[in-house]
Every structure is written in structure tokens, then in C-alpha cells.
Design a protein around this ligand. Structure first.
Ligand code: ATP
Ligand code: MG
Length: 371
């Protein structure tokens, strides 16, 4: 029987199936073990979460670990619930002291009742504003009270800047800086938001962390990593086909992994570029309904811009005359607004060389439509 698929497309499955990132892992670990907090920034799907997990896997056993992904949080109270839950679940050992600490969280959880349009009522547990803050204090107190050092990784940290409450970062910073035995990793993909917090002189965390920006994995190490698995099974592996795959997705980890996962699944090895094409087509086909829906839910102007950018590949001058005329996009001022909005909603991404459709599979799907 063929060994289980080594090309994982979600989560982390240990160092065996984790490609390269030796330097980044070492940098992250050495910062943490030497008392420095780290900010990890990279576009979506480059492998930030994987890197955090890989580093945590190699972290000295003297450290305890907490990992929390706050992507789904929309306000401070969401954050506090998720953060407290992650901290307590990871660090709490059964015992009386814990119960007392926990009392501080759960004592303040109050159910609220809201009438629904259909006449029924909905109950939900919401933290009152003051309770939110004291629960956050409680969680930090709990962290501070521990005898062992701990690494706390907060993934998708940029969400914090989107909360309706003001100065959440300042609130966090004011506690985080006084926790000598707690090291933090802040990871995020929205460069503008992350820079605003960690790099801009007026940011709440300005100059208080190491900045690690993650690039894609190099082609050669990625090829060697992939080849090893195919060869071990006696399967063919074409370096040219791999190179075509790598270039098609500019080396972005999730896409490369997803295609390799599909190719592996077929069991015939990576023989040629057609194997890549077939896997890519299957990935795009799978998302057909979702992409249709996504496109349909955009306004007319946004749809036109998405199509135009997809058609161009990389769009250097989206408000230039040539581009506007060619794609019949109307006034530059309108297009500027639409572009900004699409970038904010992560449908477009702005690279150094121009705008691209963020989701590369969506770009391929859009180009198919244009044929
Ligand atoms: N070094 C690696 N080797 C092999 N697979 C990896 C590596 N890094 C990440 N992956 C895989 O690639 C996929 C994307 O990685 P990951 O989720 O870490 O990216 P991310 O930057 O956190 O993305 P997002 O911004 O969407 O959260 C995951 O399925 C992960 O398992
Ligand atoms: Mg992630």
C-alpha cells in the first residue's frame, strides 16, 4: 500500500512532512529563547501557521506553549473569550488554585436574551464591558503567576485592529510588556494592518518585537523535499514539471502543496506538466460553485476589475489609460476606490510589481471565463 499522503494541505503533521524553513525556524526559536517577542508577517498561504507550529514543536521543553488563532474574532469580548480559553486549556493543571482563577472568568459570563424577528428568543453569553476587561486582566494575571516560562502565539493578530473598541492594542501592550516570562509571537497576513501595529512609529507595539517576514520556500529545497517522497515510493518525478508548478504559483506553499497532494493521490508520480495541469484543473473545478457565487456577489465595477486583473496576470498600472480602455473600466477615480476595496477584502493583493488576484485558483477560474 502507498504510504499516506505526505503533502498536507492543512495543519501541521510534524517535521517529516514540513519542508525547509530551517533558517526561519531557528530565528524564531532563538528570539523566543532569548527573551524577544516576534512578529511574523507574510501574505496568505505562505506558511505562517505551519512555521509557528514547527517552531513550537522544536521549542525547548522548559517552555509551555499556547497557540490561538483569532481570525474569527470581531470584537474585544470575542478576543478575551478565545484568548482565555486557549490559555487555560493549554496551561491549566487540575487543582484548587485553578478553580479560583477560573472563577474570575466564568463568574462574569452572563447570558443575555434577544428577541428574534420570528417571535422566538435567542440566548447568548456575552461579557459585559467591565467584565471583559477584568477577564483579560485575569488571564494575564494567570499567565504572570506561573512558575514556568511560556510562549504564546497569537495567529491572525491583525484582527485586533478591526475591533470596534478603541486602543485594544494599547491595552494588550500595557500588560504584555510586563510579563517577563511570557514570550509572544504575533502572526498576520495583512501587511498594512500589521505594519501599523508593529513597524510604524506610532504603532502600539512599535519596536517591541523582532520582525520576521516570511518569503516563499526556495524552488530547489522545495523540489528536493517533494522528490524524496516520490522516489521513496519508486515513482517518477520530473524536475521540469515541478518547476512549472512552482512558477505557476510563484512558490506559494498552499498551492504547491495542494497540487502535489493531488498528484500523489493519483499514484503515478509527477511525470510531466500534464499531471500538474490535471491537478490544477481538479482544484479549480472543485471550487466552481464557490467562485461563481463569489463573483456574483460583487458589484458590477468590482467584477469588471477582477476580470481585468485576472486577464492581465500582474497589473502594473490599473489606473493607466491603456488598461482602463482595454477593459472598458471607466474613470480612474472609480477604479481607485474599487481597487482599494478589493484589496481590503483580500480579493486582490498588491505585490511589488502590481496587483494580482489574491486567490490564484480564483484567478485561473476567472481566466477560464474569459476564454
Ligand atoms: N514548510 C512547509 N512544508 C510543507 N507544507 C507546509 C509548510 N508550511 C505550510 N505548509 C502547508 O501549507 C498550507 C498553508 O500553510 P499555512 O496554513 O501555514 O499558511 P498561512 O500563511 O498560515 O496561511 P493563512 O494566511 O491562510 O492562515 C498548510 O496546509 C500547511 O500545512
Ligand atoms: Mg495561518
Amino acid at each position: 500500500m502507498k504510504t499516506s499522503n505526505p503533502f498536507i494541505t492543512s495543519g501541521y503533521a510534524g517535521p517529516e512532512t514540513f519542508c525547509e524553513r530551517k533558517r526561519e525556524t531557528a530565528e524564531l526559536l532563538s528570539a523566543l529563547e532569548n527573551g524577544r517577542n516576534v512578529t511574523l508577517i507574510a501574505p496568505r498561504r505562505y506558511g505562517k501557521t505551519g512555521l509557528i507550529r514547527n517552531a513550537m514543536n522544536g521549542l525547548s521543553k522548559d517552555f509551555d506553549q499556547v497557540y490561538v488563532d483569532i481570525y474569527a474574532t470581531e470584537c474585544l469580548s470575542d478576543f478575551v473569550k478565545m484568548f482565555a480559553d486557549a490559555v487555560v486549556s493549554a496551561l491549566a493543571t487540575p487543582g484548587g488554585k485553578l478553580a479560583a482563577t477560573l472563577g474570575r472568568f466564568f463568574g462574569s459570563l452572563r447570558p443575555t436574551m434577544s428577541p428574534q424577528p420570528d417571535g422566538s428568543v435567542k440566548w447568548s453569553f456575552d461579557l459585559a464591558e467591565t467584565a471583559v476587561r477584568s477577564s483579560l486582566e485575569g488571564t494575564f494575571d494567570f499567565l504572570a503567576s506561573r512558575k514556568r516560562p511560556v510562549v504564546v502565539a497569537i495567529d491572525e493578530f491583525q484582527q485586533v485592529r478591526k475591533y470596534p473598541e478603541e486602543n485594544v492594542e494599547a491595552l494588550l501592550r500595557s500588560r504584555i510588556q510586563f510579563l517577563p516570562d511570557v514570550r509572544f509571537v504575533f502572526a498576520g497576513s495583512q501587511l498594512r494592518l500589521m505594519s501599523g501595529t508593529f513597524v510604524a512609529p506610532r504603532g502600539a507595539f512599535y519596536n517591541s518585537t523582532d520582525i520576521l517576514s516570511l518569503d516563499v520556500i526556495g524552488e530547489a529545497p522545495y523540489r528536493e523535499f517533494a522528490e524524496r517522497f516520490f522516489r521513496a515510493e519508486g515513482l517518477p518525478f520530473s524536475a521540469e514539471a515541478f518547476s512549472a508548478l512552482y512558477r505557476r504559483f510563484e512558490g506559494v506553499t498552499w498551492y504547491v502543496q495542494s497540487v502535489l497532494n493531488r498528484v500523489w493521490q493519483k499514484g503515478a508520480g509527477l511525470r510531466n506538466e500534464e499531471d500538474v495541469d490535471e491537478a490544477v484543473a481538479a482544484l479549480v473545478d472543485n471550487r466552481n460553485l464557490v467562485f461563481h457565487d463569489l463573483l456574483r456577489s460583487q458589484g458590477e465595477a468590482a467584477r469588471a476589475v477582477l476580470r481585468a486583473v485576472a486577464a492581465e496576470g500582474v497589473t502594473t498600472a490599473p489606473t493607466g489609460r491603456r488598461f482602463l480602455l482595454k477593459h472598458r473600466l471607466g474613470a480612474p477615480s472609480t477604479v481607485v476606490g474599487v481597487l482599494e476595496n478589493l484589496v481590503d477584502r483580500e480579493l486582490l493583493y498588491r505585490t511589488e510589481s502590481g496587483y494580482v488576484v489574491y486567490d490564484r485558483l480564483f484567478a485561473i477560474w476567472l481566466r477560464r471565463l474569459l476564454k
